[in-house]
Design a protein. Structure first.
Length: 128
């Protein structure tokens, strides 16, 4: 099952660049499912019911992290997080937003986007 393989890569791989590749492969699967009008897992909201928690992990712990921890977090995971942000723009855009389960956008904003923006802001301040 390709979805399970991608989910495993996102959850267990320690290399941010390979996790970023997994997100690209997921996007390609979604595009292919839409183009071929396939009713498989990549063409329905069920795909994102299961994978959203590994694709957009809970980062609320970053709100309590010090600068050193945030720098390490960004150095190790920046390829993944940049690709996840791009994927969010893709998924919640006009063409594919019907694949996002109800409430997914608000949940991701709370547990992923807001903490990531907070951490980014602190890092920018530190570098200024």
């Amino acid at each position: 099952d390709r979805l399970a393989i991608l989910e495993d890569l996102l959850e267990n791989c320690m290399f941010g660049s390979l996790q970023a590749c997994a997100i690209t492969w997921l996007r390609e699967e979604v595009i292919s499912a839409r183009k071929t009008n396939t009713k498989g897992r990549f063409g329905t909201p069920d795909c994102f019911e299961s994978i959203q928690y590994t694709l957009f992990p809970d980062l609320t712990y970053l709100k309590e992290a010090d600068i050193e921890t945030l720098l390490e977090f960004w150095a190790e995971g920046s390829p993944f997080h940049l690709q996840a942000a791009n994927f969010a723009l893709f998924l919640f855009g006009n063409e594919y937003k019907d694949l996002a389960p109800a409430g997914m956008a608000a949940t991701i904003e709370h547990r992923y986007v807001q903490p990531l923006l907070h951490a980014s802001g602190l890092l920018i301040e530190e570098m200024a």
